[in-house]
Design a protein around this ligand. Structure first.
Ligand SMILES: Cc1cc2nc3c(=O)[nH]c(=O)nc-3n(C[C@H](O)[C@H](O)[C@H](O)COP(=O)(O)OP(=O)(O)OC[C@H]3O[C@@H](n4cnc5c(N)ncnc54)[C@H](O)[C@@H]3O)c2cc1C
Length: 51
């Protein structure tokens, strides 16, 4: 299993093809999206999107 976005160091995240969901450009893009999604709550996301 590849590791997820979180590390033991607060504020340090990992993305890329050695993390979930794995190897390949689409998976790498998804790992960045998943990581960004963990940083922002639903309410904050709605505000950012102008809802
Ligand atoms: C031959 C080959 C063909 C492929 N073909 C495809 C394909 O057709 N379709 C597809 O979807 N995927 C393909 N892949 C996989 C895809 O290229 C990788 O999964 C993707 O590029 C990984 O992206 P990444 O950002 O995680 O890592 P990388 O693209 O490897 O980026 C990591 C970057 O970090 C830099 N770096 C490393 N160490 C340090 C350091 N200590 N300090 C500063 N910078 C550092 C590196 O120089 C590099 O620029 C292929 C891979 C290979 C090798």
């Amino acid at each position: 299993m590849f590791p997820g976005n979180h590390t033991l160091i607060q504020g340090l995240y990992r993305v890329g093809d050695s993390t979930m969901p794995g190897i390949g450009v689409p998976a790498v893009a998804a790992s960045g999206i998943l990581c960004a999604n963990t940083l922002v709550g639903v309410k904050q996301m709605q505000e950012l999107l102008g809802f």
